[in-house]
Design a protein around this ligand. Structure first.
Ligand code: NAG
Ligand code: NAG
Ligand code: ZN
Length: 429
């Protein structure tokens, strides 16, 4: 009886997120989680949190290892409508390992604390989070703890075939016959990720690397194909700079901009302005899907001793959480017909950003990341009249996207034409 009264008295405090100290017990005895331990850990988390956690295998590496992602969300079985999917991916270069372990920590942190902390509870309630600690487990298996630089011949950086996975994606500037040729030798890790990226309505993503400390944003290549030092900007440069700053400004070392003998104003850089590369994953995300991806370099040393992991967690915890919240900037909503049926594959077009239409999901949802400002927006879909233009004032206050739905009416039956909108960029299998 006494315990009950005591517990009841504590309820308001618990509800406000005050009572419990955060659980970071995963930092004890720091070590890198092996592939076997990862399979084990994710299975245990799914069992302990059946509603909030779900293990996915996105595919398999060349040597058959599972490419695992843990989904963390209010309802990991059935994503609640308009909950934005976000992904964090690490260890694409097998010998760049800090991000790998940070995502293992982040999974345990989110699940261990969503009932203890108001902030984490809200984040998990409103966001569909996918964490993939390694997209190159074969490369990791060849890498050695304590090696700050890559091994000779970049063993461990590439996959088991020695291919650099961050040069292996379809490229927006490549001619179709080159792309087809390259598709024949595409690595299984790349193919699995590309398929995943275009088949889920991801909104925001980060890809964690090492060997520098900086937040880099698209594009990574340009038509000029200079080796470096010329910016190649997307139409969404303002959003990308805000996303990159969100990580860097919250990171006590990255924000200084002078690390590992590099110099980056504010700790951020346009990819091509640093060095050009083709076939990278961040450009693929932006050019072939709705997803906005950053490439985040976490440490000068690629594979530091495990003893440095707790301090890496301390530096990166705030940036990791704040970047997840950025999935809620801008506008979101549903596109539907007069009977309320969702319209998939409709486009949301923002004046001044016409080159980057956002497409609705199968359930008619869209999320359009935007920085604060006044925007004119309309929706269009094949077989429907475009909606009237709407003027919107985006403030991004309260970390919640502005809700704007669009109702479309079918084009008249005497209309003989092909409709309104077709985006040849978009990539479907
Ligand atoms: C999250 O959602 C659950 C279920 O709807 C609710 O009980 C809980 O209070 C929410 N937590 C926060 C922090 O909003
Ligand atoms: C930075 O450059 C100096 C001089 O070239 C070199 O001695 C040092 O090892 C470099 N540091 C890093 C982290 O690369
Ligand atoms: Zn890398």
């Amino acid at each position: 009886m006494m315990q009950w009264i005591f517990a009841l008295a504590l309820l308001p405090l618990v509800a406000q997120g005050y009572i419990f100290k955060e659980d970071e017990s995963f930092l004890q005895l720091p070590h890198y989680t092996s592939q076997e331990q990862l399979e084990d850990l994710f299975a245990r988390l799914e069992k302990a949190y059946p509603e909030q956690a779900r293990v996915h295998s996105i595919g398999r590496s060349l040597e058959g290892r599972n490419l695992l992602a843990l989904q963390i969300s209010r309802n990991a079985r059935q994503r609640p409508l308009l909950t934005p999917p976000v992904k964090y991916i690490a260890n694409m270069h097998g010998d760049e390992t800090v991000g790998r372990q940070l995502l293992v920590y982040l999974a345990q942190y989110l699940l261990g604390n969503f009932e203890r902390s108001l902030e984490i509870g809200q984040l998990v309630n409103t966001t569909d989070i996918f964490l993939m600690p390694t997209m190159n487990p074969d490369g990791y298996a060849l890498s050695q703890e304590g090696n700050c630089e890559s091994l000779p011949n970049y063993v461990g950086r590439g996959n088991a075939a020695g291919v650099d996975l961050n040069r292996d994606f379809p490229d927006r500037l490549e001619q179709q016959h080159v792309n087809q040729l390259r598709a024949q030798s595409r690595q299984p890790e790349t193919a699995a990720l590309a398929e995943w990226i275009v088949s889920k309505p991801f909104v925001l993503s980060a890809n964690f690397h090492g060997g520098a400390v900086v937040a880099s944003y698209p594009y990574d290549n340009s038509l000029a194909h200079n080796d470096c030092c010329e910016e190649s900007l997307t139409p969404d440069d303002r959003v990308f700079k805000q996303l990159a700053h969100t990580y860097s400004d919250n990171h006590p070392i990255m924000r200084r901009g002078n690390n590992c003998n590099d110099s980056f104003a504010g700790g951020i850089t346009n990819g091509a302005n640093w060095y050009e590369l083709s076939g990278g994953m961040q450009d693929f995300n932006y050019a072939f899907s709705n997803c906005f991806e950053l490439t985040i370099e976490l440490s000068c040393c690629k594979f530091p001793a495990a003893s440095s992991l707790p301090s890496e967690w301390a530096r990166n915890k705030r940036p990791l959480l704040e970047l997840l919240k950025q999935a809620h900037i801008g506008i979101k909503g549903l596109v539907h017909d007069a009977s309320g049926y969702p319209i998939p594959d409709a486009t949301i077009i923002v004046s001044g950003l016409e080159d980057k239409p956002i497409r609705t999901s199968k359930r008619g949802e869209y999320w359009r990341l935007l920085t604060p400002g006044i925007y004119s927006v309309y929706a269009a879909a094949f077989g429907y009249q475009s909606s009237p233009m709407q003027q919107l004032h985006v403030t991004n206050e309260n970390a919640e996207a502005l809700r704007v739905d669009f109702k479309l009416t079918p084009v008249e039956s005497n209309f003989d034409g092909i409709s309104s909108y077709y985006n040849p960029y978009f990539f479907r299998h």
